[in-house]
Design a protein around this ligand. Structure first.
Ligand code: PAF
Length: 280
């Protein structure tokens, strides 16, 4: 596996692969890799000729009071794991190259960026779209891979690619969970022992919601109440949002329509903000 930091070198390598008519699969990440990332990496390795993974903790997607500094990082371990998975390139650009002093250009996907996580993290999706667009231009992939855990991010990036006529296929792969149901996330490593156990309330509440829908409940407000009650049982949990929306447009749904509805949550466990979701 080649580890590349320079944007120009990365572009040059990718030009060579395109010239040889090889397909390029790309997995953008912020590192501290777990099985959720690896499910994307394995799919890319299986489906494309050349696999590129980026590890870049993107400063523009963090608000001023968010956890940019605390975000977990371990580039050496990530590199070791990716090498074992058969990845061809690890791209680790520098902040000063991605966002030099005179940097002025940002990408926004209107409306979709303002709801759910966007409402509590203003500017977050502007940062995500900008960095992903830049990485897409540098790598020039045929296909890029994202996780369903970041359901809103996936919807927004699909829209960005569609609206800007980019020839990049987007694959969204299922959430990978621990045995106890907690969705894998690099931020789980920031949880204290008791908090890790409290974090189970997200999945537990989604399961309850799912059971209620299977049992015939359709009214969104009732399902939201079920989830709120379940999460309320955990002392260290503080709900940021519980949303029931159309899984493609993110529009609020008063009534659950089977197969088309996304139930999404963001919950603080202590100081750590976790998200999870389920399509019902
Ligand atoms: O999902 C993430 O890890 C990040 O938002 C992404 C897509 C790598 C952009 O920084």
């Amino acid at each position: 596996m080649k580890v590349i930091q320079s944007i120009e070198e990365m572009k040059k390598e990718m030009r060579r692969h395109r010239h040889e008519r090889e397909s390029i699969g790309f997995v953008p990440t912020m590192g501290y890799l777990h099985e959720g990332h690896l499910s994307l990496v394995r799919e890319a390795v299986k489906r494309t000729d050349c696999t590129v993974v980026s590890v870049y903790v993107n400063p523009t997607q963090f608000g001023p009071n968010e956890d940019f500094e605390q975000y977990p990082r371990d580039l050496d371990k990530d590199a070791e794991i990716l090498d074992e998975e058969g990845v061809d390139y690890l791209f680790t650009p520098k902040d000063s190259d991605m966002y030099p002093n005179e940097y002025r250009t940002y990408v926004e996907v209107q409306d979709l960026q303002d709801v759910m996580c966007g409402a509590s993290r203003p500017g977050h999706f502007r940062g995500v779209c900008t960095v992903v667009m830049k990485l897409f231009h540098i790598v020039g992939p045929d296909r890029a891979y994202f996780g369903q855990k970041d359901a809103q991010q996936a919807v927004i990036l699909k829209k960005m690619v569609e609206d800007l006529n980019m020839d990049i296929a987007i694959s969204v792969l299922p959430i990978v969970r621990e045995k106890d149901g907690v969705a894998l996330s690099s931020r789980n490593s920031l949880l204290k022992k008791e908090e890790r156990s409290a974090a189970r309330c997200l999945f537990r509440s989604l399961q309850l919601a799912m059971e209620a829908v299977r049992g015939g409940k359709r009214e969104s407000s009732e399902v939201v109440n079920l989830i709120r009650n379940e999460i309320g049982k955990e002392k260290s949990a503080k709900i940021d949002y519980i949303e029931i929306v159309n899984k493609n447009t993110l529009e609020s749904m008063m009534e659950i329509k089977q197969g088309r509805t996304l139930i999404a949550l963001a919950v603080y466990i202590g100081k750590v903000r976790l998200i999870d979701n389920m399509i019902v």
